[in-house]
Write a protein that binds this ligand. Sequence first.
Ligand code: NAD
Ligand code: FES
Length: 296
Amino acid sequence: MYKIRKAEKLNDIIYKMVVEAPRVAKHCEPGQFVIVKIDEVGERIPLTICDYDREEGTVTIVFQPIGASTERMKTLQTGDYFEDFVGPLGKPSELVTDDFEEVKNKKVLFVAGGVGTAPVYPQVKWLHEHGIGADVIVGAKTKDLLILEDEMREVAENLYITTDDGSYVRKGLVTEVIVDLVENQGKKYDLVVAIGPMIMMKFACMTTKKLGLPTIVSMNPIMVDGTGMCGACRLSVGSEIKFACVDGPEFDGHLINFDEAMKRQQMYKTEEGRALLKLREGDTHHGGCGNCGGDK
Ligand code: NAD
Ligand code: FES
């Protein structure tokens, strides 16, 4: 059992929990995710790690309820327990694993959208702790939905906030800020890391492609069980078939077929859609989840 040391509501729809999970805290790196289970019958919920404290043995997760399990999860309070808290899973961010001298010389622009701000935070923090400054754009629908502003301000070299409705700082989408920084303010970047809703990552990649900026995205939104078994997170990366939970969650955004991934995500929600995907994708569909009959 994994104790929730602190449960907090960040705003009307987003929740933050600091969970006692010493083994995960000891080994996790920015970019990785955990799978949480409320109780024995609860679904497995994959969530990207927002923060960790190796000394305290805690891992922080941030989530927005989008289904029955996360709706139940939001009712958990400080002092309650998770049945399971498995991780770290997935590959760490390349910024953490690549040659440090190379990373040190890179100017990185992070683009965080909505709840996607949570997985961006540990990457910016890691760079900051290693003496590397990074610029960060955070986009939210409204001022009230902006999360982790103070935390991000502490670790970012420059923080650019934008809201869809103009209720805080500036009005507009994150993609407009990318263009403004590069084209109007003459900022030079070697790499963009964009994490947020699929549609944001798609348009961020279209923007950075035009600007000639290599871009990494996190495909966490299409994961379902996070084990490599269900096949929900199958996606085309260039000419290759990958699975976000085992091969990612981070990928070269310019190689991802976002339209296919978003369409597939919708299809995967129904039994009929899963059956059709299995038929079309054959051996590369993956199986074993019990939802579609798997490899049978
Ligand atoms: P949101 O809809 O509020 O969007 C956040 C920001 O993204 C907006 O403020 C805007 O600046 C930008 N954006 C949205 N649509 C855009 C477009 N068409 N063009 C350019 N920019 C655009 O975000 P939300 O409601 O917090 O998002 C929730 C989603 O985030 C969930 O679906 C969840 O799966 C996903 N998410 C992704 C990750 C990840 O690892 N990629 C992590 C956590 C959550
Ligand atoms: Fe990746 Fe199920 S979430 S295979």
